[in-house]
Design a protein around this ligand. Structure first.
Ligand code: 8X3
Length: 254
């Protein structure tokens, strides 16, 4: 009896130019996936593509036109089995009373509306495939509150609700909706961007304990994507061992 060879699966990863996104591209390529890596920064994407053999596609998830171009490109070049919504980020750590409305607007645009825009564009393509996955990389900030965090935790809670509600809405279809919620991950940019380039303040976030690295989260994403198709990992919270909550970290020195 001959069996047809398994088709190579293809993923689209947003926010792929650094951190968790880039690590996910690397992991999936190692596991034999075809990957379309997308982000705004062409130079970084090109370097990642040259390193991994992924395809680079420059797009901004906050742009309707860019996301439409991305979806059309993916449709025309082989379709997609898994969408990894990773693009996102935090800006500032200001109390509500002094919060910067522009920063909040940007966080909502990127984390919430960006994920919504890309997910809407790709659901029809995943359906065409017969089976597919939508991964949403939220954060432990989607599952709790902390002082100064309302802009980011609010955006991440909304992103989580998008994932949870979508799972309810399309149950019965062969599409899995997976939420991965990382705690503290020391990437080159997350805290640097949050603190507007203040390297000392960014480094202090990860001092005195072993934080996660981007590949730890990429590993979790890849694991969820490679479960048998009837298994849906609804939610995977991944924290450093030393972190019990966003505001409770054992900084005992390492
Ligand atoms: C990153 C985790 O603690 O900075 O998404 O909100 S935290």
């Amino acid at each position: 009896m001959s069996t047809a060879p398994a088709r190579t699966r293809r993923a689209v990863v947003t926010g792929a130019s650094s951190g968790i996104g880039a690590a996910t591209v690397r992991r999936l390529r190692v596991e034999g996936w075809d990957v379309v890596a997308t982000a705004r920064r062409a130079d970084r994407l090109e370097a990642l593509a040259a390193e991994t053999g992924a395809q680079a596609f420059v797009a901004d998830v906050t742009s309707d036109d860019d996301v439409a171009r991305l979806a059309a490109h993916v449709a025309a070049t082989g379709g997609v089995d898994a969408l990894v919504n990773n693009a996102g980020g935090a800006l500032g750590l200001d109390p509500v009373e002094t919060a910067d409305l522009e920063q909040w607007r940007t966080m909502y645009d990127l984390n919430v509306l960006g994920t919504l825009r890309v997910t809407k564009a790709f659901l029809p393509l995943l359906r065409e495939r017969g089976e597919g996955d939508v991964v949403v990389v939220t954060s432990t900030a989607a599952h709790g509150a902390y002082e100064g965090g309302a802009g980011y935790t609010g955006a991440k809670h909304a992103e989580r609700m998008l994932a949870t509600t979508l799972r309810w809405e399309i149950v019965g279809e062969p599409i899995r909706v997976v939420e991965i919620a990382p705690g503290a991950v020391a990437t080159e940019e997350f805290s640097l961007v949050r603190f507007d380039g203040d390297a000392e303040r960014a480094a202090a976030v990860y001092e005195g304990y072993l934080p996660l690295v981007a590949d730890d989260v990429a590993d979790a994403i890849t694991w969820a994507l490679t479960r048998p198709p009837h298994v849906n990992v609804d939610l995977l919270v991944v924290r450093p061992r030393a972190q019990a909550h966003n505001t409770k970290t054992a900084r005992t020195g390492v």
